[in-house]
Design a protein around this ligand. Sequence first.
Ligand SMILES: NC(=O)c1ccc[n+]([C@@H]2O[C@H](COP(=O)([O-])OP(=O)(O)OC[C@H]3O[C@@H](n4cnc5c(N)ncnc54)[C@H](OP(=O)(O)O)[C@@H]3O)[C@@H](O)[C@H]2O)c1
Length: 269
Amino acid sequence: MQYKLGIIGAGKIGEAILAGSLSKGLLTPSDVILSVRTEQHRKNLEDKYNVTAVLRNREVARQSEIILIAVKPRTIFEVLQEIADVISDESVVVSTVAGVTLDSMQTKLARKVSLIRTMPNLGVLVGEGMTALAPARFTEESKIQIVKQLFESVGRALVLDEQYMDAVTGLSGSGPAYVYLIIEALTDGGVKMGLPREVSIELAAQTVLGAAKTVLVTGEHPAKLKDQVTTPAGSTIDGLMELEDGGLRVTLIKAVVKATERANKLLQK
Ligand SMILES: NC(=O)c1ccc[n+]([C@@H]2O[C@H](COP(=O)([O-])OP(=O)(O)OC[C@H]3O[C@@H](n4cnc5c(N)ncnc54)[C@H](OP(=O)(O)O)[C@@H]3O)[C@@H](O)[C@H]2O)c1
C-alpha cells in the first residue's frame, strides 16, 4: 500500500527510519515529507535523501497518512498541540518518544486520533533495531501492520500492550548501552592479555553479534547454547565462574529493573 510518511523530528531515530525505508525500497523520496527545527539540518536532509524537508510541522501533518513524531520528550506535547487540528481522520500518529503514554498524547490532541506508541533502539541506525509498538485500542489493524512494516525496514518489530513499554525501554531501549559496556570490557580483557586494541574490539563485537544471532536464528534457550560451548574442565567454565562470582547475571537484571523504573518517570525532573 502506498502512503505518505511524514517525519516530525528527523534526528538519529527519525533519519534512521527514513534511510531504512528508502534503502529497502519500502518508500521512494516522493513518499516522504519531514520537518526539523533548524534550516541547516533541513537542507542537509533534503540534499542527502532528495525528500521534501520543511520547517513547518503542520505542513507535514496535513500531507501525511503516517505521522511519525521523533522529537525529544520535552517537545512532543508542543508538537501535538501544533498539529492537532490538521491531522486527517484517516491518518495515524506514531510516537518514538520515550515515557510518553498514549493517554497523554490523546489528551493533548483533544480528539480521537489513531495512535501508536513505539520504543525503537539505536540498532535502527544499522538496520538491526528492535522496536516494540503499542497501539491505542481503536487503532485499526491495517494501520498497525503498515507501521510495523515501516519499523521492520530497520530491524525487528513486535506489537505489545502498552503496559510493557517501560520494561521494553529498560531492556531493549537502553540495552545497546549495556552491551557497549560489555564489549568495551571484553576488549579491555583482550588488551590486558596482550591483544592489540583494534583486534580485541573486533573479536569482542563480532562475538556479541554472533552470539545474539545464534539465539535468534536457532530459537534455542541461551543456557543450552552456553552449555554447548562449555567443555568439561575447559577454559570457558573458568571464565563463567568469574562472571558468576562478579555477579554479572544479577547486575544485568538490576540494570533492567532500575532503567524500567526510571522509564516510568522520564518526564519528571
Ligand atoms: N536515540 C535513541 O536511542 C532512542 C531510542 C528510543 C527512543 N528514542 C526517542 O526518540 C526521540 C528522538 O530521539 P533522537 O535520539 O532521534 O533525538 P535527536 O537526534 O535529538 O533528534 C531530534 C530531532 O527533533 C528535531 N526537532 C526538535 N524540535 C523540533 C520541533 N519543534 N519540530 C520539529 N522537529 C524538531 C531536531 O531538529 P534539529 O536537528 O533541526 O534541531 C532533531 O532533528 C526521543 O524522544 C527519544 O526519547 C530515542
